[in-house]
Design a protein around this ligand. Structure first.
Ligand code: FE2
Ligand code: FE2
Length: 272
């Protein structure tokens, strides 16, 4: 069994839990505890306490990409946990902005690279198995025409502002007895691109569960429909849209997939 506790999400539906724009999931599989993303602040510490989760017991941290709302809680965790293995793409520390924060506040990782000693940072750009049956995708090829390249994010290239493609975006997946369990950060690569890539590299089309952020807040109706259709074509059994999926996309998924679509937030624990 795989157990996923939602430690940070944009929504909280349970007493005492705090919500913030961000994502953090504690994934327990075969006795291993992996923290997938950290939220943006020390909200994760309070929420973990509320759920009686010991952050000291985490075996590893995965950072899905270098945005503040997925990485900002890391210093608070390391303060309590001590150093632990951290997995991420080598590009996570890129300087980055969203279009409305240029000149004010960057949206990149809000702490210095030096806070993670080299020995504890394991980087990958290709698929890698980090624990038995637990994989990171590395960079995901962006192939679908309906999942447009990111346009709302900027970075600095040759001293000039340039579009940030967020190529460091990666997802995690578990090859479980029931099928694939796919864990998304923000899906900047496009959630259908991510699904296509994982089903291709594993040669496995049985997708049991998908959980995480799908970044569809600005997506048009066509993209939302094609995304939901892709989940249905794969006969996904449990879909848990979180964080940046957006209300319209979540509503469409819930409408079409009925009780296979689970509405959850910080404090909810899913046994998959
Ligand atoms: Fe995000
Ligand atoms: Fe993001």
């Amino acid at each position: 069994m795989t157990k996923i506790s939602i430690l940070v999400d944009n929504c909280a539906y349970t007493r005492g839990m705090l919500a913030e724009h961000g994502l953090s999931l504690l994934v327990e599989h075969d006795g291993i505890k992996i923290l997938f993303d950290t939220g943006q602040s020390d909200v994760i510490v309070s929420n973990a306490e509320n759920l009686s989760i010991e952050l000291q017991e985490i075996d590893a941290v995965v950072l899905s990409h270098g945005h503040y709302d997925h990485t900002g809680g890391l210093p608070a965790i390391l303060e309590r946990r001590g150093q632990t293995q951290i997995y991420a793409h080598p590009g996570i520390f890129t300087e980055r902005y969203s279009k409305d924060t240029v000149g004010r506040k960057d949206v990149g990782v809000p702490f210095d690279r030096e806070q993670i000693p080299d020995a504890y940072l394991k980087t990958n750009t290709k698929p890698v198995e980090i624990f038995k049956n637990v994989w990171l995708t590395g960079e995901v090829p962006r192939i679908n025409t309906f999942e447009q390249t990111e346009r709302g994010f900027l970075t600095i290239k040759d001293n000039k502002m340039a579009t940030d493609l967020i190529t460091d975006d990666q997802s995690m997946f578990i090859q479980s007895d029931k099928g694939l369990i796919i864990i998304l950060g923000c899906s900047h690569a496009g959630v259908v691109n991510i699904l296509d890539y994982i089903t291709k590299i594993t040669a496995q089309r049985r997708v049991y569960a998908i959980i995480g952020g799908m970044h569809l807040g600005q997506a048009d109706d066509m993209r939302i429909q094609l995304t939901t259709d892709a989940f249905m074509a794969l006969e996904v059994q449990k879909l848990i849209p979180l964080h940046c999926t957006g209300f319209r996309a979540t509503a469409e998924m819930f409408w079409k997939m009925k009780d296979k679509c689970i509405i959850a937030g910080a404090g909810d624990v899913l046994e998959l």
